[in-house]
Design a protein around this ligand. Structure first.
Ligand SMILES: Cc1cc2nc3c(=O)[nH]c(=O)nc-3n(C[C@H](O)[C@H](O)[C@H](O)COP(=O)(O)O)c2cc1C
Length: 186
C-alpha cells in the first residue's frame, strides 16, 4: 500500500464515548463527555484509564472525591453528549435521570447500557492534562442484555458511539479471536 504523511496532530482517534459522572462540592451531580478512555491492568484486575485536559469540573471533582461513574454512550444518548459537552448550555435541556452508585460516591445515568463504577487509585500529569487510573468496583449493564465471559461481549448490542472528532456508530459484529486463522480446526 502507498501511504502519505499527514503531520502529527492526530491521536488515531478511534475513541469510545463515555459520560463521566461525579459529584460537585455542593453534592449536585455533574456529567461530562470524555472519550480519552482506555484500559490497562494491575495484576489480574482491569483499571480504566481516563484522561482530561484543563481545569474542568469533572477533573476537580475526581481529584477531591476519587470517585466516578463511566457511562457508555449509545446512539440514543447523543443529545446528552452535546448538552454536557458544550460549555455555554443555552440550548434546551434534554431529559435525563440518574441514581447514586451503590459502590462509589458518584451519580449513574439511568439511560446508559454499560456503566463502570470506579475509584481513582493513581494519576499522572502531562502538562495541562491529567490521566487517572481507576479501579473498577462494579459494572452494571442493561438487564435485557446478556454478555458471556470477559472476551465474549458483543458490542453491537450496546450500540456505542465511536468518536474521532466526529460521531460514528459501530459497524457489524465480525467474530471472535481465532475466527480468522486460515487453518482453523472445524
Ligand atoms: C464528544 C466529546 C468528547 C470529549 N472528550 C474529552 C476528553 O476525552 N477529555 C477532556 O478533557 N475533555 C473532553 N471533552 C470536553 C469536555 O466534555 C468539556 O470540557 C465539558 O464541558 C467539561 O465539563 P465539566 O467542566 O462539567 O467537567 C469532550 C467533549 C465532547 C463533546
Amino acid at each position: 500500500m502507498k501511504r502519505k504523511s499527514i503531520g502529527t496532530n492526530y491521536s488515531m482517534c478511534v475513541q469510545p464515548t463515555f459520560i463521566i459522572g461525579t459529584y460537585n462540592e455542593d453534592n449536585s451531580p455533574n456529567f461530562a463527555p470524555i472519550t480519552w478512555v482506555s484500559a490497562t491492568c494491575e495484576g489480574k484486575e482491569y483499571l480504566l484509564v481516563v484522561s482530561m485536559f484543563g481545569t474542568k469540573k469533572t477533573k476537580q471533582n475526581l481529584i477531591r472525591t476519587k470517585s466516578l461513574s463511566v457511562n457508555l454512550v449509545s446512539v440514543d444518548m447523543l443529545d446528552l453528549v452535546d448538552y454536557f459537552g458544550i460549555a455555554e448550555k443555552n440550548t434546551s435541556k434534554p431529559e435525563y435521570s440518574y441514581e447514586n452508585s451503590g459502590f462509589v460516591f458518584a451519580p449513574v445515568l439511568d439511560k446508559s447500557r454499560w456503566v463502570y463504577e470506579c475509584e481513582v487509585v493513581s494519576s499522572v500529569k502531562t502538562g495541562a492534562s491529567d490521566t487517572f487510573f481507576c479501579k473498577i468496583k462494579n459494572i452494571q449493564i442493561d438487564e435485557s442484555i446478556d454478555v458471556g465471559g470477559t472476551f465474549d461481549v458483543d458490542l453491537t448490542k450496546f450500540d456505542p458511539v465511536i468518536y474521532s472528532g466526529q460521531y460514528h456508530s459501530l459497524g457489524k459484529h465480525l467474530g471472535k479471536i481465532g475466527d480468522f486463522l486460515e487453518n482453523k480446526a472445524k
